[in-house]
Design a protein around this ligand. Sequence first.
Ligand SMILES: [Zn+2]
Length: 208
Amino acid sequence: MLTGRNLELAQELLESIRFFNQRGWSPATSTNYSARSEDPQKYLISRSGVDKSKFELSDLILIDSEGTVLAPYIRPGVKSSAETEIHTGLYARFPEAQCVLHTHSVLGTVLSYELLAQGELSFEGLEILKGLEGNATHELREILPIVPNSQDMSEILRNMEGHFASQIHGFLIAGHGLYTWGNTVAAARRHVETFEFLFECYATKRRF
Ligand SMILES: [Zn+2]
């Protein structure tokens, strides 16, 4: 059973998972979510294969930095998300990150698939950009890298390697979905909402 700070984090994550599901950003048991636990080397993460409209607190499990499921969650059928390695990889690269969120929206999927060849989406001049941590003005250029999809998570991380040193708040996997992170669960959730809004703006603009 989760207690104290871990329980609070799990509740915050659960609330965000339900919100994303209501928005249609986690169809068909897809997507995964995590938060750095009270012990910074352990993570709360969504377990694999759960319908996000039925997601419960008990579907959040603890793993270590290698992605190994920890007691008391070691039970037959309980597996960490298939994309766990991306979560642990992001925490290793961003020591301040407290939460990693991954959604599958229609727009994130289509835009990243169609625009993979250009390698990134860029956004500028929009007030919503201030939703991303550290952005104090709309007068900036926000880059969201796009990398090819793969069932090999280390390949996705390898393709992202050159981008991690720049000021990014997330990335898209082509034809797949969005990864973003933040220094709190609330910040990471705000990043998902900000990027989804930016995707809508981008797609709307292309229709003009
Ligand atoms: Zn995914």
